[in-house]
Design a protein around this ligand. Structure first.
Ligand SMILES: Nc1nc2c(c(=O)[nH]1)N[C@H]1C(S)=C(S)[C@@H](COP(=O)(O)O)O[C@H]1N2
Ligand SMILES: [Mo]
Length: 327
């Protein structure tokens, strides 16, 4: 595949690039270490090794957060970066990988505004230094019925929200994606009312699982995955995880999201992964894990878990709510 270079730093000589297979194997070892397979004493050593190996060039240094490892096998780098939804670059799964090279990721600013005491326009490089970067392995479940397991790099979104100091009447956070027709050929097709807008309730945005994301697989985010920054909300359907964000706005009213506007009966505001509530066109009871069974197109189906497997951490956010009504 034609790997895309981000504007960060000079090209890395091929000899310094960790071969993908080595990275994936290393992740397995770190997972095993976290699971206690080698005894607790070795886990910090593996963590340091991982850190050392990701600290150069267009790579993005981070520290594996062993609280967020999974028994699941990682989805291959090739599938994570070659099978995407990013409609600003086309609606086909391979369109973003082919078209997103026109996205300019530097300079890049993000306006944090609305109901906050400290509104500010941040440069993305400033946001990169907000807090120590963590590597976290999360499941991503698309409402279309497929899923992946991805080693993201980022910081809790709460780190940014705390600095912004939301006012007492701020109840929601709205995320807006860049919409520049010169960089994004998909904008000429009116599949959605551009720009792409998503939203979370403030407590969801503050939840420690919600990740302000800058990288994956030890490097800066490939453009097709939402460079230079996106959010990742692992207990919700993938479309809640807006890519290439330029604005984060705090509001009192529930934001009108692009998908809800396009099809209100298909896409609710909450969009928590819920195997008991089907989308009108796709069952949500099962999913196919991309890459399972060695066949990317027709892997065997597996059961979808409530809240995508994160129920223990996030179900309390929805205590007392009818999740059929608030889908
Ligand atoms: N701006 C923007 N963000 C987006 C989308 C999009 O079309 N535009 N697609 C969403 C959907 S439907 C999914 S499943 C995930 C896919 O993320 P990935 O390509 O990194 O796996 O991105 C989400 N974020
Ligand atoms: Mo999706």
């Amino acid at each position: 595949m034609n790997r895309q270079r981000d504007e960060l730093g000079p090209a890395i000589p091929a000899s310094e690039i960790t071969p993908r297979a080595v990275f994936e194997q290393r992740r397995t070892i770190i997972r095993a270490a976290a699971a206690g397979v080698f005894g607790a004493a070795l886990a910090p050593w593996f963590a340091r090794q991982a850190f050392a190996q990701t600290a150069a060039g267009g790579k993005l240094a981070s520290r594996p957060n062993l609280q967020f490892v999974l028994p699941d096998k990682l989805t291959s780098y090739k599938d994570v970066t070659g099978y995407n939804n990013f409609y600003e670059f086309g609606t086909g799964k391979t369109d973003p990988a082919r078209n997103a090279h026109t996205l300019l990721t530097r300079p890049w600013t993000v306006s944090v505004d609305g109901l906050v005491k400290r509104p500010k326009v941040y440069d993305v490089d400033e946001l990169l230094k907000l807090a120590p970067l963590e590597e976290r392995i999360y499941r991503l479940r698309c409402v279309e019925g497929w899923s992946m397991v991805i080693p993201w790099i980022g910081v809790p979104l709460a780190e940014l929200i705390r600095r912004a100091e939301p006012t007492g009447n701020a109840k929601y956070v709205e995320f807006t994606t860049l919409a520049d027709p010169k960089q994004m050929p998909g904008l000429s097709v009116k599949v959605l009312d551009w720009p792409y807008v998503e939203g979370l309730r403030l407590d969801e945005a503050m939840h420690p699982l919600t990740l302000l994301t800058f990288g994956l697989y030890g490097e800066v985010l490939p453009k097709q995955n939402g460079a230079p920054l996106r959010i990742v909300v692992p207990w919700k359907y993938g479309f809640k995880s807006a890519k290439s964000i330029v604005r984060i706005r705090f509001t009192e009213r529930e934001p009108e999201t692009s998908w809800h506007r396009a099809a209100p009966d298909e896409y609710g505001f909450y969009s928590n992964v819920n195997p008991a509530v089907d989308h009108p066109r796709w069952s949500q009871a099962t999913e196919r894990r991309i890459g399972d069974g060695g066949n990317a197109l027709f892997p065997p189906r597996r059961k979808t878990l409530p809240f995508n497997g994160y129920a223990e951490q996030v179900a309390p956010l929805y205590a007392g709510m009818d999740l059929r009504k608030f889908f």
